[in-house]
Design a protein around this ligand. Structure first.
Ligand code: GRF
Length: 202
């Protein structure tokens, strides 16, 4: 069974969606570890309620990114993790984690990439005036939200949408999409060809 590590910094609603799908028997995976770079993140509380092992690795306590990521990598290796899922993790992944988990590390972003990467994808979409935005699950590479795209979901931008309303609508899709992407990987249905992801039929 696919063993996951979920990397978080905050609220953890995507983590919750994974937990719920696993507990409902809809996702054949196990969350072996939740790592937060932020002490006291709500995501840690969510994991704790389901007896999922958690670890706080506070980046401020390390002299550089390599040392910080080595600490995470040691825990991930100890837990024999197959796939790292970034879920509201607010740091750019560095070379230590990338070298060990390239092609085995995914992220969710609240826009239709490659449009509106980085912070506040929903506000960027509103400011640009696009009529459709959405969510993207992609493999992580050295850039910010630039890795190969696995799956996407479109969400309409409505007349007079607020950032909150659009974010809420996208978030609902995120929860469905992230579980779907992990399920595809768990089922061995994802093949990475250069920067293009092929989805193999079931
Ligand atoms: C989500 O919108 C995700 O796409 C983005 O950060 C937010 C995290 O939300 N990367 P949560 O912590 O999973 O509730």
């Amino acid at each position: 069974m696919l063993k996951l590590c979920v990397l978080v910094s905050g609220r953890g609603s995507n983590l919750q969606a994974m937990i719920d799908a696993i507990e409902a028997g809809k996702l054949d995976a196990v969350i072996a570890l939740v790592v937060s770079d932020v002490p006291g993140a709500l995501a840690l509380e969510r994991a704790g309620k389901h007896d999922i092992p958690t670890l706080v690795v506070d980046h401020r306590k390390f002299k550089n990114k390599d040392d910080y990521e080595k600490e995470i990598l040691a825990a991930v290796k100890k837990a024999k993790v197959d796939l790292i899922c970034l879920a509201g993790y607010m740091r750019i992944v560095g070379s230590v984690l990338l070298m060990a988990f390239r092609g085995k590390m995914i992220n969710i972003h609240p826009s239709l990439l490659p449009s509106f990467p980085g912070l506040h994808g929903q506000k960027q979409a509103l400011d640009h005036g696009v009529k459709v935005s959405g969510a993207t699950v992609h493999f992580v590479d050295e850039g910010c939200d630039t890795g190969p795209i696995i799956i996407q979901a479109a969400v309409p931008v409505l007349e007079h949408d607020s950032e909150e309303a659009l974010s809420e609508r996208i978030l609902e899709e995120e929860h469905r999409l992230y579980v779907q992407a992990i399920d595809l990987i768990a089922g061995g249905r994802i093949r990475l060809e250069g920067r293009v992801v092929r989805i193999l039929s079931a």
